[in-house]
Design a protein around this ligand. Structure first.
Ligand SMILES: Cc1cc2nc3c(=O)[nH]c(=O)nc-3n(C[C@H](O)[C@H](O)[C@H](O)COP(=O)(O)OP(=O)(O)OC[C@H]3O[C@@H](n4cnc5c(N)ncnc54)[C@H](O)[C@@H]3O)c2cc1C
Length: 370
């Protein structure tokens, strides 16, 4: 039996797409060769578009829309599945550890304020009031009350469960090997010895999205490894996300503090390393010396889907019909998962996306190569 849409990849991106498609009434099948989401399992889950954007523009607009959608999505998923996806409006402190940092943090805050966002400045005494566990060496911090967080594995799990409850088929442990193609039209996938016909395919295969040689030009997506360390605390000593030039701390509701993250170009090697863990622990000692006594819970590594210009690829594949990409979300796939899901659903079922997609069109790379 055929289906309307096959989604290749069940990380946060594929899971949220399957959910939105199912909600819109499409018969969706989501396939992942492993358990849900390689990068998504290792992610800190910060929803921080202002901290991540380098200036106003399409990426910031996309990120702000992604952020806006997270709270209602979390409430909806909790209602449908009973899963608390860990959405917490914690706010984020971007701290300055030295003079150079302070200049950079103040400069970023200036363009944020010029763009109309409200961002406070805390002097060292107020930083200490807000977060007594932070180092006394901190020279000040910009306060982003609008930046929040979520638990990415729980978000993917809840979205997949809600999608399944709405009739989507979730198939884990199934590798998509290739596609059913007639001329320039894709009309299905080949997976685990099966052929599944469908009207549309969505590639949401994270760092592996460039691996489908049958559909030239290959999507220019590459793995960028990120390592995280998790520390277990008894009563969380931090209330906010803490972001610095040397790393970040993300306090979770269960007392875990995620310390991130490295950024390494090492191919498809998903293992945490001694050097990566050592560097992250060093950044903890600089930011929050009292965390030295926290229990080491575990280290994680994920392969972020990187793209040549750092922006996601959302839209139809150039030269092909019946297939779209939702990948290359690099450091912000969790933030961008809900808006990506809406955009793909708009594109496939409604013909018109709710935001302009030119900056994210996969064809931008094909044009440059031509
Ligand atoms: C350390 C770290 C920290 C991060 N922190 C943040 C953060 O704070 N905020 C934020 O927004 N983002 C963050 N990110 C980025 C974010 O995690 C990613 O952008 C996001 O998870 C990408 O999701 P995805 O679904 O595209 O990829 P993935 O989660 O990797 O899922 C892709 C899935 O596709 C499957 N797949 C691949 N090929 C096939 C195939 N042929 N057949 C079947 N299945 C296939 C894989 O098995 C995988 O499960 C972080 C990432 C890392 C590594």
């Amino acid at each position: 039996m055929g289906s309307d849409v096959v989604v290749v990849g069940g990380g946060v991106i594929g899971a949220c797409i399957a959910y939105e498609l199912a909600k819109a009434g499409a018969r969706a099948v989501v396939m992942d060769r492993e358990a849900s989401g390689q990068a998504s399992r290792a992610s800190a889950g910060m929803l921080a578009p202002l901290s991540e954007a380098d200036g106003p523009g399409a990426f910031l607009d996309l990120g702000m829309e992604g952020l806006r959608l997270h709270r209602p999505l979390a409430e909806e998923l909790q209602e449908r599945t009973g899963i608390d996806v860990g959405y917490r409006p914690t706010g984020l402190l971007r701290v300055a550890l030295n003079e150079t940092d302070e200049v950079a943090v103040r400069r970023r805050r200036s363009w944020h304020m010029a763009a109309g966002f409200s961002v406070g400045w805390l002097d060292p005494a107020r930083v200490h009031d807000a977060e007594p566990a932070l180092s006394r060496d901190i020279r000040g911090a910009a306060y982003y009350s609008q930046e929040h967080q979520v638990s990415p594995p729980l978000l993917a799990q809840a979205a997949l469960r809600a999608a399944a409850d709405l009739g989507a088929v979730v198939r884990m442990g199934l590798n998509v090997e290739g596609f059913l193609i007639s001329g320039s039209r894709v009309h299905g996938v080949r997976a685990g010895g099966e052929q599944l016909e469908c009207d549309e395919v969505v590639i949401a295969a994270g760092a592996w999205s460039g691996a489908f040689a049958e559909l030239p030009p290959a999507l220019p997506v590459r793995p960028v490894r990120g390592q995280l360390v998790a520390l277990q605390t008894v009563s969380t000593p931090l209330r906010h996300l803490i972001y610095s030039s040397g790393g970040y701390l993300s306090p979770k509701p269960d007392g875990l503090i995620l310390v991130g993250a490295t950024q390494e170009e090492v191919g498809f090697d998903p293992r945490p390393t001694a050097a990566g863990v050592a560097g992250l622990l060093h950044s903890v000692a600089r930011l929050t010396p009292t965390l030295a006594s926290a229990a080491f819970a575990h280290a994680l590594a994920g392969l972020r889907p990187g793209s040549p210009d750092g922006l996601p690829l959302i839209g139809r594949l150039p030269g092909w019909s019946g297939i779209a990409a939702a990948t290359g979300h690099f450091r912000n796939g969790v933030l961008l998962a809900p808006i990506t899901a809406h955009l793909i659903t708009d594109l496939l079922l409604r013909g018109r996306p709710r935001l302009p997609l030119e900056a994210f069109d996969p064809a931008r790379f094909a044009v440059r190569a031509a």
